[in-house]
Design a protein around this ligand. Structure first.
Ligand code: NAD
Length: 417
């Protein structure tokens, strides 16, 4: 990668870029560029052999003016203080783009979970939950799964919290299994908002999604659901990739069959496609729509020069480096940003929290309908902001909308003392 990226500096730059289109004084702007607080904990955990290991853990709470903090917890060796600070900010602005009443949060433990047994991971998770207990709660801060965490870890955190608090409070955490208070439609929510964003984007640009060619980088939860739902709209998914490489059929792949094959063998290249491609070849295919759905910084400025798609819809968080974003804007490639396109996940987490608090559960159809309303309304608001203020791209429009919402709530709250 030719660009060295500090995620927290990227966040600050994005806020500055958007603030250039807003009337905001420097002190207030600084308030929108850093978290309100960061918990740093050192977790002492007993290993299976009786020894003790100490793990560094963080929780960043970005801006609580619009509601409780909300965001995932990741387990990864690359977790750092600056990374969780940046991710908590992106969550704050993502929630504001789709206008759901949360401030941003994010947490993580510096650990490679593959190196530990399930019992060790349970003790580690419960140790973190114990540190988090005073600062989380359904009206304070609501964690969720992120990289290398899932329903299992969420259940341990919920159980630790409820045991220590002597209560039942399923809304303290989201991403739970349906039997433990999870929501219908959560698994497909992120891919669904990617599909809805692509559908609205094509409509806005006067293009037909039916028959449009699509390449999807990353065939996990977000990418495979987006591919399946785009196929249902009549798009032709010609290439999909994972870390093994890409399957390619210029006449269109069967998105569901590729997923079934990947579930069997672990690799999309095991699907019987006419051709395989490298990941770079997929990213530079001549298609109507490119959906990066793997990792952050997948496309840098050099690669962006070779992207031939007309439209990019970001399913992954931060798949373009800031340099790539500039190149694509200059080249008039229409990029629809992550904080809109993948906001389906946090939106259905919000629906899960609403259902938990009411102890009243919705059908999958209702969840999908409510999600569609949220994404379409957010898209329309971005489109009018982009046009009315003559902004350079949809990402800037998204940050302008989000920052204005956080700014208004922060100003209404005022400054204490
Ligand atoms: P996942 O682990 O289910 O899937 C990731 C996929 O990317 C896997 O198929 C993996 O093989 C592939 N991949 C990894 N490296 C690759 C590479 N170099 N080239 C091509 N493919 C590669 O993860 P996910 O939940 O689908 O998340 C994907 C992205 O979407 C992440 O950036 C995540 O933060 C973002 N996201 C996910 C959700 C959600 O609800 N799942 C919500 C918001 C954002």
């Amino acid at each position: 990668m030719s660009e060295e990226i500090n995620p927290f500096e990227s966040l600050r730059e994005q806020v500055d870029d958007a603030a250039a289109h807003l009337d905001v004084d420097p002190g207030t702007l600084e308030r929108l560029k850093r978290p309100e607080r960061v918990l740093e904990a050192n977790l002492s955990v007993e290993m299976d052999d009786g020894s003790v290991e100490v793990f560094r853990a963080y929780r960043s709470q970005f801006n609580g003016a619009r509601g409780p903090y909300k965001g995932g917890i990741r387990y990864h060796p690359g977790v750092s203080r600056d990374e969780v600070k940046a991710l908590s900010g992106w969550m704050a602005y993502k929630c504001a783009v789709v206008d759901i009443p949360y401030g941003g949060g994010k947490g993580g433990i510096v650990v490679d979970p593959d190196d530990y047994s399930e019992d060790e991971l349970e003790r580690l998770t419960r140790a973190f939950a114990t540190e988090l207990r005073p600062i989380i709660g359904e009206d304070r801060d609501i964690p969720a799964p992120d990289v290398n965490t899932g329903q299992r870890e969420m259940n341990w955190i919920k159980d630790t919290y409820e045991t220590l608090e002597n209560t039942t409070e399923p809304g303290v955490i989201t991403g739970k299994a349906p039997d433990s208070g999870g929501s219908a439609g959560r698994v497909e929510a992120t891919g669904r908002s990617v599909m809805l964003t692509a559908r609205e984007a094509f409509d806005y640009l006067g293009k037909d999604v039916e028959g449009a060619t699509v390449a999807v980088q990353g065939y996990g939860n977000a990418g495979s659901v987006a591919a399946k739902l785009l196929s249902d709209l009549g798009a032709s998914v010609v290439a999909v990739s994972d870390s093994s490489g890409a399957a390619y059929d210029p006449d269109g792949l069967d998105a569901r069959a590729v997923k079934e094959r990947k579930d069997e063998t672990g690799d999309v290249v095991d699907y019987d496609a006419p051709e395989t491609l490298s990941n770079e070849e997929l990213l530079t295919l001549d298609v109507d729509l490119l959906v990066p759905a793997a990792l952050e910084n997948a496309i840098d400025a050099d690669l962006a020069e070779d992207v031939r798609a007309d439209v990019v819809v970001e399913a992954a968080n931060g798949p373009l480096t800031p340099g790539a974003d500039d190149v694509l804007t200059e080249r008039d490639v229409h990029v629809f940003p992550d904080i809109l396109a993948n906001a389906g996940g946090v939106t259905v987490s919000y629906f899960e929290w609403v259902q938990n608090r009411q102890r009243f559960y919705w059908s999958e159809e209702r969840v999908n309908d409510e999600l569609e309303t949220v994404v379409v309304d957010a898209f329309d608001r971005l489109a009018s902001t982009y046009e009315d203020r003559d902004l350079p791209n949809f990402r800037t429009a998204a940050y302008v909308v989000a920052i204005e919402r956080v700014l208004r709530a922060s100003e209404q709250a005022g400054v204490w003392a």
